[in-house]
Design a protein around this ligand. Structure first.
Ligand code: SF4
Ligand code: SF4
Length: 238
């Protein structure tokens, strides 16, 4: 199971959501990259590197949420409505074609966000079944790749779910509540990233609410999180 490519697709770890653009501007940007990328990503290494430099320069003036998060210009439309890596080996037929990128093949091929790492684990996936994080993201996104990306690739929000309780238990005990919480998160003006805070740190719900929600939404988010914690507690005693 891959959370990167499903009925929808996720490109959060490649930085595009770090650009402070509205959804339609992001879609236009992906279209522009796809048409400008030589041979839609299937060109030779030198041409792809030249494209990357040119695009980085063009996009340098775009406002970002976090200046330290790199934005890879190889995210484009790999098919209609499906965002993805234009230079992925499956498209280019060359195992190392992602070496034209800033991160390079090794990182591009090996990176897993926390949600993917957890739910790609076979046992974990079976336990989550139809109540998994991915299922919920697909349901809310309704085929919109950027919405799916904003949910799946939002590492800090995933941490909040984990702070509420075991992900599968939370989604099973309080699915409607969690859906409302996700929708509230989607309304925040932010550039969610899949990059993780250290795995050993254990932020609490109280730590995360101020990070994830604007001031006026925090009481609602905190109330929903508290209700979800209660629901998990009740379901575990049943
Ligand atoms: S954020 Fe996770 S699910 Fe999304 S592309 Fe990266 S590894 Fe895949
Ligand atoms: S080259 Fe790497 S960082 Fe860029 S879009 Fe592809 S997978 Fe993401």
């Amino acid at each position: 199971m891959s959370m990167c490519q499903n009925e929808s697709s996720c490109v959060a770890c490649c930085g595009t959501l770090n650009l402070r653009l509205r959804a339609e501007q992001l879609r236009d940007l992906l279209s522009e990259r796809t048409s400008q990328c030589p041979d839609a990503g299937r060109a030779d290494h030198a041409s792809l590197v030249a494209y990357r430099s040119a695009r980085e320069e063009i996009e340098a003036s775009l406002e970002r949420y976090d200046a330290t998060v790199y934005v890879c210009p190889f995210v484009g439309w790999i098919e209609e409505g499906r965002a993805g890596c234009l230079i992925h080996p499956l498209r280019t037929g060359r195992p190392n074609s992602q070496n034209a990128s800033f991160y390079g093949t090794t990182i591009c091929q090996s990176y897993d966000c926390r949600a993917k790492e957890k739910e790609a684990n076979k046992e974990e996936a079976e336990r989550h079944g139809s109540k998994g994080w991915q299922t919920m993201a697909l349901h809310i996104a309704e085929g919109d790749a950027l919405v799916y990306t904003r949910i799946i690739g939002d590492a800090m929000f995933y941490r909040l779910v984990e702070a509420i309780g075991d992900t599968a238990s939370v989604l099973k005990a309080a699915p409607a509540l969690m859906e409302r919480l996700v929708r509230l998160r989607l309304c925040q003006d932010c550039g969610p990233t899949s990059f993780e805070i250290p795995g050993h740190s254990k932020p609490t719900v109280d730590d995360l609410i101020p990070v994830l929600f604007r001031e006026e939404d925090r009481p609602t988010a905190a109330r929903m999180a508290a209700e979800a914690i209660d629901a998990v507690g009740r379901s575990s005693t049943m």
